[in-house]
Ligand binder design. Structure first.
Ligand code: F0G
Length: 466
C-alpha cells in the first residue's frame, strides 16, 4: 500500500476540534455531512491548544523561528511526508494518530515572477503561485492529501465528491493511492474532457448528472447521510486545512516578506477560505506580523459572492444561475460563502467580477510569460487590472496571483480562443474580435521549405514588441 509514515515531528503537535463557524459549538467528532449538529452550518478545524498558550509561546517551547527552520530543514529530507509540500508544514495541520499519509508529493509549487503582466496591470511587482503544477494539475491536491489521509485513517472504503472537474480528478487519484474506491458526481456536459478523463484513469465510478454543480453537491449531501461514503468536497474541513499550506509555502518562498495583496479565483469559495484561515493563523502564531489583503475574483456569470457582498452586505447568500466558459467556477451557490466573507473582512480584501472577454484576454497575456493556466485562474489577472484602476491596489504594491489550474486542463478554451471561435455567436463576439493581436492560430501549410520560410518571414514582421 502506497502509504508513507510521518516521522516524529520535530516540534510539539497540536490536537484539534470541530468548531461551528456560526454558533461556535465545539465537538470531537463530525457527522458525515460535516454540518453543525446544533445549527447546521459549516464546521472548521480549530486548535484549542494554540488558543490556550499559543504554539509560539515560550511555554510550548516552539517559537515561530523554530517552526520556520524545521520546515526549511525538511526540504533536505527524503522522507515521503517531508517531500510533500503539504505535510512538511504538519505542525499547522491536524495530527493523524496512525501517522500515515496518502501523498503524491503535492505542493512544492513554483512562484513565478510575471514582469509582462505586471506592466500590463500597472504594478511594479507581480508574481504567480502556480497551483496547477500539483500532481493532478490543480490546487485541489493540497487539500486532498489531508482529507484522503483522514478518510483512510477512519477506515472508509468509499470517498465521494461533487465537482466541476478538478476536485474529482484529484480525489480519484488520492483514492487510488490510498486503496479506496471513489464516486464522482459531475454536471453532464459542463466539465472539460481532460478532467473527466483523469477521473476515469484513476478508476473512479464517474456519474455525469443531468444538473449543474450545485445540483450535484445537493445530491451528495443527501447521499452521505444514507450510504457509508465519505464526502471530500471543501465542506470537509480537512480539505481546507491542507489548502492552507499554499499560503504557508508562499510566505516561505517570499522569505517571510509579505506581499500587499493575494488574489484568488472564487467558485465554491473553499480555497479563499483556506488561504484566509492560514493567514490569520500565521499572524496569531507570530509567523507573520501583518495580513496581506486577500481578494476574490469571480466570473460575471457566476458572481454569487460579488452580489452577496454588494446587495446583502455579506449577511445572506444571493445565489445565481451560473454560466461561464470557465467551467471550474461555474457555481451558483457557493457552500463556503460565509467563511469567505469573513476572511475578506478580516484581511481587508476586495471582491470583483470580470467578463468572459476580460478573462480570455488575461489568459492569453499570462501565456505570453510562458506560463499556462486554465481559464478560471486567469480571472485573477483580469481582476487585478480592475483593482488597480479602482485604486484599491496601489502603485507600489507587491501582488501575488494564485493560479489554480494547469493549462492542459481545458485545451478547448485555448484552441477556440486562438482560432477566433471562442464566444462566437454570443453577445461577446465583437469584444472578442478586438483581441485579435493576442491570437496565434495554427497555420496549415504544404510541407515545403518555401512555405515555412515565407510564414516565418511574415511572422517576424508582426512580432510582438517588448
Ligand atoms: N480554479 C479552479 C481551477 C477550480 O477548479 C476551482 C474549483 C476554483 C478555481 C475555485 O475554487 O471552489 O475553492 O472557490 N473547482 C471545484 C471543483 C469546485 O469541483 O473542481 P473554490
Amino acid at each position: 500500500m502506497p502509504l508513507s509514515a510521518i516521522p516524529e515531528p520535530g516540534v510539539r503537535p497540536s490536537d484539534f476540534r470541530f468548531h461551528c463557524i456560526d454558533c461556535s459549538h465545539l465537538s470531537d467528532s463530525a457527522s458525515p455531512d460535516y454540518r453543525c449538529p446544533r445549527c447546521g452550518d459549516l464546521l472548521e478545524i480549530s486548535y484549542p491548544e494554540w488558543n490556550k498558550s499559543g504554539i509560539s509561546s515560550p511555554a510550548s517551547g516552539v517559537s515561530a523561528d523554530d517552526l520556520k527552520s524545521t520546515w526549511k530543514q525538511r526540504r533536505l529530507s527524503c522522507v515521503p511526508a517531508d517531500l510533500s509540500g503539504v505535510w512538511r508544514f504538519r505542525e499547522l495541520l491536524p495530527v493523524l494518530n496512525d501517522g500515515h499519509v496518502v501523498t503524491l508529493r503535492e505542493g512544492n509549487t513554483p512562484l513565478y515572477e510575471m514582469p509582462q503582466c505586471a506592466r500590463i496591470a500597472g504594478v511594479p511587482r507581480l508574481s504567480a503561485k502556480h497551483q496547477g503544477m500539483n500532481p493532478t494539475g490543480s490546487f485541489k491536491d493540497a487539500g486532498m492529501t489531508v482529507a484522503a489521509s483522514f478518510a483512510h485513517h477512519a477506515g472508509y472504503r468509499w470517498i465521494a465528491c461533487a465537482s466541476t472537474g478538478n476536485t474529482s480528478a484529484s480525489m480519484a487519484a488520492y483514492a487510488a493511492r490510498g486503496g479506496m474506491r471513489s464516486l464522482v458526481l459531475v454536471p453532464e456536459g459542463k466539465i472539460s474532457w481532460s478532467k473527466l478523463s483523469q477521473a476515469l484513469d484513476y478508476g473512479a465510478v464517474t456519474c455525469q448528472l443531468r444538473t449543474d454543480f450545485d445540483g450535484c453537491l445537493r445530491l451528495l449531501q443527501e447521499l452521505v447521510l444514507r450510504a457509508p461514503v465519505h464526502q471530500l468536497n471543501s465542506i470537509n474541513p480537512f480539505r481546507i486545512e491542507g489548502q492552507k499550506t499554499l499560503a504557508i509555502e508562499l510566505m516561505e518562498q517570499m522569505d517571510w516578506q509579505l506581499p500587499d495583496h493575494i488574489i484568488v479565483p472564487g467558485g465554491n469559495l473553499g480555497n479563499s477560505s483556506a488561504i484566509g484561515k492560514a493567514l490569520l493563523e500565521m499572524r496569531d502564531l507570530g509567523l507573520i506580523s501583518r495580513l496581506p489583503k486577500l481578494s476574490v475574483i469571480q466570473a460575471e456569470g457566476a458572481n454569487a459572492l460579488v452580489r452577496t457582498l454588494r446587495e446583502a452586505g455579506g449577511k445572506r447568500l444571493i445565489g445565481v444561475n451560473a454560466e461561464t466558459r470557465a467551467t471550474a467556477i461555474r457555481i451558483g451557490n457557493p457552500a463556503s460563502w460565509k467563511k469567505a466573507v469573513r476572511v475578506l473582512e478580516a484581511t481587508g480584501g476586495a471582491c470583483e467580477q470580470v467578463s468572459e472577454v476580460e478573462m480570455a484576454q488575461a489568459k492569453a497575456e499570462i501565456g505570453t510569460e510562458g506560463i499556462g493556466c486554465e481559464p478560471a485562474s486567469a480571472v485573477t489577472l483580469a481582476g487585478l487590472k480592475k483593482l488597480v484602476k479602482q485604486g484599491f491596489v496601489k502603485a507600489g504594491d507587491n501582488v501575488v496571483l494564485i493560479l489554480t489550474g494547469n493549462q492542459l486542463k481545458d485545451p478547448d478554451f485555448t484552441i477556440e480562443f486562438h482560432r477566433g471561435d471562442l464566444l462566437a455567436g454570443t453577445p461577446h463576439e465583437s469584444a472578442m474580435a478586438a483581441l485579435s493581436t493576442l491570437r496565434r492560430p495554427p497555420i496549415v501549410l504544404d510541407a515545403t521549405l518555401d512555405e515555412v520560410l515565407r510564414t516565418l518571414e511574415q511572422a517576424d514582421k508582426t512580432a510582438p514588441s517588448g
